[in-house]
Design a protein around this ligand. Sequence first.
Ligand SMILES: Nc1ncnc2c1ncn2[C@@H]1O[C@H](COP(=O)(O)OP(=O)(O)OP(=O)(O)O)[C@@H](O)[C@H]1O
Ligand SMILES: [Mg+2]
Length: 459
Amino acid sequence: MDETIKILVIDDDDSGREALTMLLKSAGYEVTSAATGESALDLIERGHYQVIVSDLFLPDKSGLDILQNVQKISPSTEVIVVTGHASAQTAVRAMKEGAFDYITKPIDFDELKIVVSKALEKQKLLSENMYLRRQLQGRFEFSNIIGTSPAMNLVFERMSRIVKSDSSVLVTGESGTGKELVARALHYNGTRRDRPFIAVNCSAIPEALLESELFGHVRGAFTGAVKDKPGKFETANHGTIFLDEIGTLPLHLQAKLLRVLQEHEVERVGSNKTVKLHVRVISATNSDLEYMVKCGVFREDLYYRLNVIPLHLPPLRERQQDIVYLTTFFLEKQCRLMGRTPCSISKQALEVLELYSWPGNVRELENLIERMIVLTDATVITLDDVPAKIVGEKSADEALSVTMPNHGLDLVATISRIEQSLIDQALESAGGVRARAAALLGINRTTLVEKIKRLKIEK
Ligand SMILES: Nc1ncnc2c1ncn2[C@@H]1O[C@H](COP(=O)(O)OP(=O)(O)OP(=O)(O)O)[C@@H](O)[C@H]1O
Ligand SMILES: [Mg+2]
């Protein structure tokens, strides 16, 4: 092992604690132990442990208290709970509150070793992702745009090229995928960063005013034009103009826009004086412009002029691995804005967010996080805080309520049913691809295959 891995064992039973300590030490870990909840919390506050193995029932505190405190003090630490009494409900509750896994007494040492190494594997993956993201951001400084997925890496790579050029860019993507955010980042990381960035939402301005908004007018050009007014193009001179929702631009203005872009000059409405323009154009749309061209509602020549460099932003459902980072980012941002202590999110709640389809993309996620924070006083967002619509009918919660009554307190049968239900959901969301389903479940593929085999035999 290249780095010492620190594990904290919490158990009030002396012989059990010593056995666990010896076992984990023999597996090469540095092990510290505590006999009470209070002394354990003291240790957690003073040192960093990658993994904590804690008994669920301690004389002074419950394992759930420990779990909640660990999530506040050291959110990256994984907690494995040990349950002696056949309390399925508490074990399941611990999982729901974010425990990595649970094991039952008498402890199967081989099983424990496997669970510990899986917890470490997961941690490693998360920190590698963090590292990659930091590297990426350091290089391009698009630090407010979150994403480590392959799809977003392609976007960042393209952006890093675009900032060096002056060509027109057409940003496409569904609503809420970050088109405006990206357009601003392109401007503020480019050579025109000290010049104006002027955004015009073509769909928000009444058609009758749009021409004068874009190109300006002179006094008396039309009723109500009481004085000369420069248009957005002139205001953006030497900087960037961002033409948002470009697909809604009426045809007669498309013709005028094309002329302005071709000739690099503009005439205010009602004037025949031209003003030279040096403006970089970034436009954005969530409509299919190519199709609009085919239908004759968008000019083909203008389309090509705007679309010199296409930049497509993938929908959030196609970059599931970004959800954990976006969630953390928005939790931090929102708590900071509200002057609250930073919030975290339980693993269970996060998994639900990862499985949701996000029709409103990143904007929907951002709004949801804000709403969840406003509606709770807790510092950990749990499954209970996630709206029913997002949890969906197939939540683990529901699997539980269906399962528990049928099996009473039979721990093994209950857990098997829950496992089966979660595996089925993951396989469905992953379109049957086991490796992807395993990733959704936070386990590796071999473990998933073993679990499927075992569950089949038990059936
Ligand atoms: N990758 C991202 N990282 C961080 N924040 C993001 C990201 N993508 C989008 N956002 C945030 O989500 C919200 C929506 O983004 P934005 O307004 O840029 O989307 P849009 O594609 O322009 O949407 P629309 O088509 O509806 O106008 C913003 O608050 C933005 O800051
Ligand atoms: Mg927008």
